[in-house]
Design a protein around this ligand. Structure first.
Ligand code: SF4
Ligand code: SF4
Length: 392
């Protein structure tokens, strides 16, 4: 991850204990506001219509949270900027962000900023800013134009591919290589060769796949439905693994496979889905309402509000422990699964929610994960062995 190092001194503050420190702040920067109307969005309801102006995080709240986060951080401070469309907050907002981060950083703190954008609002000034402050920039793209433009559209139904690619080229002109976030749905899941040819052609080297789920974060306790079957996703992952592996010499970064490789090397998966527990990432909306996960933004999971509570208080909210318990309450089939040390039971949001009479159910994509593990375990193990032996 990109970072900047800030050797400036900060005021003397009581040492917080580890339990007082969220691992990261994920800020829904303008909450649901977005300039696009993507058909499958799981969060925004605004359909690309910005009524009543942009709802930014208030400066006082921004300053309070960054001050607390920086004073609690030990070595690293991570901020994830999401939306809606976070660039709607405007460049002056983000200039204030980095200014507060620098102002309150303790000595030798590495500050990580990552932003997820639809890419349509990127200008040279934005790109230069991201370069200067080493932001990791994720851009959402679902494939080449005839695929992307089906679901990622404006409020008038127009495709957005050209605008996004213009943003990608602007980033690259300033030396920022974006991560591509690709949602897998009914319009691209079976067009694997087209997707991989396109990724090669456009030299996309950092890609993350997200299977499309039909639910909203604000309705976290109803069963999700899915745009693709577990079998389709499994077939896609196997084919993607072949594309990534390239006879043992990967040249690109596919997050799921790199996470698996990390696990083979004895490390934790960076993706929460295959990590041993849900991370303590504090999700805040623009008013400071705090939640434990991007998929669980509804009142019953609310941890409190960052305007009138400290990060330490939010971090210790009882609702968070209740939430985190769900991941470790594995169904029997996971406990008996030979791949559980890779999969870790997947994501609780993908388990059946409504009927608990039959006990805890498996992640909807269980079959996908099993297909991948069975198909590629020998090769990922070989890669790990090569890495380990190259260090001897
Ligand atoms: S692959 Fe399926 S059974 Fe195995 S741990 Fe994952 S979700 Fe559970
Ligand atoms: S519930 Fe799922 S998405 Fe949320 S933190 Fe846990 S594993 Fe990640």
């Amino acid at each position: 991850m990109n970072r900047i190092s800030l050797p400036t001194a900060s005021p003397c503050i009581k040492e917080p204990s580890l339990s007082e420190i969220p691992q990261a702040i994920m800020w829904k920067t303008v909450s649901e506001q977005c300039n696009l109307a993507c058909k499958y969005c799981y969060y925004s309801h605004c359909q690309g219509q910005l009524r009543g102006g942009v709802q930014r995080i208030a400066p006082d709240l921004l300053q309070k949270v960054i001050r607390e986060m920086m004073s609690a951080a030990r070595g690293n401070a991570t901020f994830l900027w999401q939306g809606g469309e976070p660039l709607l907050a405007g460049l002056p907002f983000f200039e204030q962000v980095v200014s507060f981060q620098a102002q309150y950083a303790r000595p030798h703190t590495l500050i990580h900023n990552a932003i997820q954008t639809n890419g349509t609002l990127i200008t040279r000034r934005w790109a230069a800013f991201f370069k200067r402050y080493a932001f990791v920039v994720g851009v959402s793209l679902d494939g080449p134009q005839h695929i992307h433009d089906v679901q990622r559209i404006t409020s008038s139904g127009a495709g957005t591919y050209s605008a996004v690619m213009k943003g990608v080229h602007t980033l690259r002109a300033e030396g920022v290589d974006p991560n591509i976030l690709m949602v897998l749905h009914e319009d691209n899941i079976q067009r694997q060769e087209e997707l991989f040819d396109w990724m090669d052609r456009e030299s996309f080297r950092h890609v993350q796949f997200i299977p499309c789920m039909s639910f909203t974060s604000q309705q976290s306790t109803t069963d999700a439905s899915y745009a693709i079957s577990a079998e389709q996703y499994g077939q896609f992952l196997c084919r993607a693994f072949d594309w990534w592996y390239r006879e043992g010499r990967p040249v690109s970064s596919i997050r799921m496979f790199e996470d698996w490789l990390q696990q083979m090397l004895g490390l934790e998966s960076s993706s929460c889905i295959h990590a041993s527990s849900c991370p303590r990432v504090l999700v805040l909306d623009h008013l400071g309402n705090a939640y434990p996960c991007d998929f669980f933004i509804q009142p019953s999971f609310k941890l409190g509000n960052a305007s009138d509570q400290t990060l330490a208080e939010l971090n210790q909210a009882a609702a968070w422990e209740f939430f985190r318990q769900a991941k470790s309450d594995l169904p029997l089939s996971c406990k008996q699964c030979k791949y559980v040390h890779y999969c870790r039971g997947g994501c609780p949001r993908n388990r059946p929610m409504s009927d608990s009479s039959a006990g805890i159910g498996c992640d909807y994509f269980c079959k996908s994960y099993r297909m991948l593990y069975a198909y590629a375990e020998d090769r990922i193990r070989l890669l790990a062995q090569q890495i380990l032996s190259s260090k001897d």
